[in-house]
Structures are given as structure tokens and as C-alpha cells.
Design a protein around this ligand. Structure first.
Ligand code: IMP
Length: 203
């Protein structure tokens, strides 16, 4: 039987990436663009998992649909894991990517090369209105650059030096296809896809 999956985002880049990865699974895809009347919940969780679960549960209960939500952010070792769940609002509630990057580089200006390790984390939750859910996590390791480079991607991409490329390129210098293969979101998505067929059988 064909099931519907709500991807709880309005970001068309994420929608494309997720639908492409899940295309072999028999699911009709909907997004929050199909439900403009539903206001977003407050992200009050203390962890990426709590926020992803809170969002998936909220939209599943509002729409009655199986719902996939994610939460992600950057953790910097030398800053005790900051900005973490506050990544998008690091420099203030309505901060731009540029302002967040500026604050990060300012805080790290005296931190030497070998202590600039960081990781992107992504947690995905797929939640059914019955209360059953599965989740997955993806991690992408790197280092924080001294200054921004590259004009692709979003968020902290211009200052994230990619470990797989020997820290020679930032995430903002990668083709989207390559970023999707390496990234925290890509890894979480693959892990979720592996669990999904079994989960769908239990619903
Ligand atoms: P969200 O979970 O997609 O809303 O992401 C939260 C915040 O984490 C974003 O606003 C970015 O600041 C940061 N972030 C998450 N994923 C990425 C990424 O792939 N590249 C750069 N920044 C990211």
C-alpha cells in the first residue's frame, strides 16, 4: 500500500535531497508547502534529537501523516560544543549566516590550527501519529578555517574545512552532489533509509 510521507521543511534544497534518496521506497511525498496554515513549533529541546523529535511529532499530530523532521548544527570542540543547537541563532535571534560566522571567527581568533576541530551533526526522526518512530544520526568532521572561502552551500559552510579533503577545501567550495555524499545530513538520511522499509511494515 502506498503511504504518504510529510517532509517537515520548506527548504526546497532539503526536499530535493531527501526525495531523491528515498525515491526507491513507495511513498507519496508532501512538504510543509502543502500545509501553509500550520505554524512552526518552538524548538525548546536541549539536544538535536529532542528538537527533531519535537518537530516530527508536532507535524505528524497536526496532519495525521508519517512525518520526517531533522535538526542539525555545528559543534566546535574548543568552544565546548558551541554553537550546537543554537547554530542558526548564534549571533542573535534573527542573525544572518554572515553574522554567525563573524561571531564564531571572533571567538576563535586565538585558537591555533591544531585545536580548531569541529563537527556538523544531523539527527533525523521519522514519526508516525500512532507514536511509533525511528531516528538516525550523521556526523561530518572538519576544522574551522581562519576566514571564509567559497560561495556554495549555506550556514557555516564557508568556514568548515572538510576532513575528507585534508582540510584543503571548505564545504562552500564543494559541488552539491559531493557535499550531499559527505555531509552529516547525507549520512543521517542514508541511515534512516536503511531502517525505513522495516519500520513501514510495522505501521
Ligand atoms: P537546520 O537544522 O537545518 O535548521 O540547521 C540549523 C543551523 O545549523 C543552520 O542554520 C546552520 O547555521 C547550521 N547548519 C546545519 N547544517 C549545515 C550545513 O550543512 N552547512 C552549514 N551550516 C549548517
Amino acid at each position: 500500500m502506498n503511504k504518504t510521507l510529510l517532509i517537515a521543511t520548506t527548504n526546497q534544497g532539503k526536499v530535493r535531497e531527501i526525495s531523491e534518496e528515498l525515491k526507491d521506497i513507495d511513498l507519496e511525498i508532501k512538504t510543509l508547502k502543502d500545509y501553509p496554515e500550520i505554524l512552526p513549533p518552538e524548538e525548546t529541546g536541549n539536544t538535536f534529537f529532542e528538537n527533531a523529535l519535537l518537530k516530527a511529532k508536532y507535524y505528524a499530530e497536526k496532519t495525521g501523516l508519517l512525518t520526517l523532521a531533522d535538526d542539525s548544527g555545528l559543534e566546535v570542540e574548543a568552544l565546548d560544543g558551541k554553537p550546537g543547537i543554537y547554530s542558526s541563532r548564534f549571533a542573535g535571534e534573527m542573525a544572518s549566516d554572515e553574522e554567525n560566522i563573524k561571531k564564531l571567527l571572533e571567538l576563535m581568533k586565538d585558537i591555533p590550527e591544531h585545536k580548531r576541530e569541529a563537527q556538523f551533526i544531523c539527527v533525523m526522526v521519522c514519526y508516525h501519529p500512532s507514536g511509533k518512530y525511528i531516528y538516525s544520526e550523521g556526523i561530518w568532521e572538519g576544522k574551522i578555517a581562519q576566514s571564509p572561502r567559497g560561495d556554495r552551500g549555506f550556514g557555516y559552510d564557508p568556514v568548515f574545512l572538510v576532513k575528507e579533503l585534508n582540510y584543503q577545501k571548505t564545504a562552500a567550495e564543494l559541488e552539491m552532489e559531493i557535499k550531499n555524499k559527505l555531509s552529516h545530513r547525507g549520512k543521517a538520511l542514508k541511515a534512516l533509509k536503511e531502517k525505513l522499509p522495516e519500520f513501514l511494515k510495522t505501521l
